[in-house]
Design a protein around this ligand. Structure first.
Ligand SMILES: [Zn+2]
Length: 131
């Protein structure tokens, strides 16, 4: 069940698009500062459809700021895909509504708070999960 109204989804969609624009600007700026104009150009060319491709091109750029931005851009790309599929605001693990409050704090959230906490607790090396 999705407890968000179409208007609320539109609002989140606008906020996500704006956040994405800022992040892409930020990535470009950091790359230019780092003298990696070649990568900056690739981010520009990749545009809307190529965020994932841009993200993989940027994988070997080690600046912490970029790593964080690219991680958030991935979340944003996934959120946009869920909006397009009519599944925005629904937890990808348990299928319940994520809730307006959590989305307001983090519009590209993909899990409800319970599933997110469970995931963080169980994110252990694989050798510990075989019991
Ligand atoms: Zn959940």
């Amino acid at each position: 069940m999705n407890e968000l109204s179409p208007e609320q989804i539109t609002q989140f969609s606008t906020r996500i698009a704006e956040r994405k624009r800022l992040l892409l600007e930020d990535v470009r700026r950091v790359l230019q500062r780092a003298g990696a104009e070649r990568y900056a150009d690739l981010v520009g060319e990749a545009g809307d459809a190529g965020d994932e491709a841009a993200a993989s091109l940027l994988r070997d750029v080690s600046e912490a700021e970029i790593v964080r931005d690219v991680g958030e851009l991935r979340d944003i790309a996934a959120a946009e895909a869920r909006i397009a599929a009519g599944r925005y605001g629904i937890c990808i693990d348990c299928g319940t509504a994520i809730g307006w409050k959590r989305l307001d704090a983090y519009p590209s959230a993909k899990r409800c708070i319970e599933c997110q906490q469970r995931r963080e607790k169980t994110r252990a090396p694989s050798r510990y999960t075989g019991r």
